[in-house]
Design a protein around this ligand. Sequence first.
Ligand code: NAG
Ligand code: NAG
Ligand code: NAG
Ligand code: NAG
Ligand code: NAG
Ligand code: NAG
Length: 466
Amino acid sequence: MAASSFLLMFLVSLILIAATVESRQATAYFPGSVAHSSQEEAAKTLKHDETPYKTQYFPQILDHFNFQPESSKVFYQKYLINSKFWHKGAPIFVYTGNEGNIEWFANNTGFMLDIAPQFHALLVFIEHRYYGESKPFGNDSYKSAKTLGYLTSQQALADFAGLIRSLKQNLSSEASPVVVFGGSYGGMLAAWFRLKYPHIAIGALASSAPILQFDVITPWSSFYDAVSQDYKDVSSSCYDVIKGSWDELFAMSTTANSLPQLSKTFKTCKIIDDLPAGTSKLIKTFAAASLYYNYSSTEKCFNIGKGSTDTHGLHGWDWQACTEMVMPMTCSNESMFPPFSFDYKRFEEDCLSTFGVKPRPHWITTEFGGSRIEQVLKRFGSNIIFSNGMQDPWSRGSVLKNISESIVALVTRAAHGLGAHHLDLRSAIKEDPEWLTMQRRQEVEIIRKWIDQYHSDISSNANSEI
Ligand SMILES: *[C@@H]1O[C@H](CO)[C@@H](O)[C@H](O)[C@H]1NC(C)=O
Ligand SMILES: *[C@@H]1O[C@H](CO)[C@@H](O)[C@H](O)[C@H]1NC(C)=O
Ligand SMILES: *[C@@H]1O[C@H](CO)[C@@H](O)[C@H](O)[C@H]1NC(C)=O
Ligand SMILES: *[C@@H]1O[C@H](CO)[C@@H](O)[C@H](O)[C@H]1NC(C)=O
Ligand SMILES: *[C@@H]1O[C@H](CO)[C@@H](O)[C@H](O)[C@H]1NC(C)=O
Ligand SMILES: *[C@@H]1O[C@H](CO)[C@@H](O)[C@H](O)[C@H]1NC(C)=O
């Protein structure tokens, strides 16, 4: 790929980090969906050479929520399955797929594979509709609002529910307890799945799931304030450098001649503290950006040109952000980014002109709740783990307090080390810090408790579920 177009892609994503200058209304992307390294890199976080999953396709209903003739159209939804450790009646662990190719999430969720043997669990990773191979209208899926209209989180949850039921029936294992797992948007889906389908999943592990990043529940500036705090924690001069670098960056990006030079700058992969004195602000800014995007510390290079738009499905997320996933973000004066406010009118106009749809910014909180979540879920919900690392800027929109005995928040603070975006879901490695090992152990203990409870409820109740 030509250096200049690589660079342009990079700039685009940097501009996204900055919540955009020039007040274009930005879409908030999860790191899983942007700026990720090539798939080959991601695969290395798996300890196995070969993919441990078998690929299957399930005939899925296009529209679960009405009976118009076109609703019954069927598309093939991809899912991955591993039954190596499973025996009939044992638990089924399901990953509720996010905005991208399901293989990518399977490759980056080694935790489930790590714990499957001790639970004799069946592992299932379900691809989210409209991503990867699970496109209801094939290559035409993103064509217009008419084809994209079936891309909603509620349809996705219903897909998961239908698929899980069918799978259990085919395996003649209806009594197997199901636990759902997810990270980021997938974590939001896991948590919501437990709330909406408690008869299908006995519990959910929702890692880095910002279910409170909607409406006015979480302050709109919290994301970029958190990013800024991360840099301040590393060094306050780093924060000052970035705060001061924006003018230079945007001045340079407007002249075509400086593109090759910028390209060189941004391809240099260095960490901020190794930088020699006199290093330009731009290089430092790149190093800073990598703290956010390189959260796993495994990225070799930001492979933004290749695959970021299609493989990880930015088009689909843009649609979701313009319809129901409205997560307003602003930059306060305290952040290291140019101050920026959320202009809802402008956002709505952008969505109308891009997709011909009007966002429904209050729908998610209407459908799933979120306001006063502590009071609401205290008596109504159960069996959800919200895990978060405070270094992850998405954590601010997640559940960070224990809500009840069984809806718990596992929060990693800076003092414990680096708590990054759904780190707990990755494969255990030798170098894992103690807090991470402890956190995973606690998650396993909690999940085991849910399963034991489920079995004891069944044996003490003659009317066990069919
Ligand atoms: C997932 O891992 C397998 C096995 O290592 C690899 O072949 C595949 O390319 C990876 N897929 C993605 C999307 O990362
Ligand atoms: C869809 O697009 C892909 C990639 O461009 C192509 O390989 C494939 O043949 C197309 N499928 C159909 C049904 O047109
Ligand atoms: C269950 O079996 C039916 C009939 O063979 C099949 O169509 C369906 O895809 C299977 N379900 C799953 C989840 O694979
Ligand atoms: C990501 O972090 C790792 C470990 O700190 C480093 O080796 C790698 O070069 C970084 N990648 C980029 C693109 O900065
Ligand atoms: C940010 O700074 C400007 C100018 O100094 C001030 O007018 C504004 O009220 C400040 N905004 C916030 C949110 O503090
Ligand atoms: C929530 O409770 C668990 C124990 O059940 C505890 O380990 C954890 O630290 C608590 N979380 C918070 C945020 O206090």
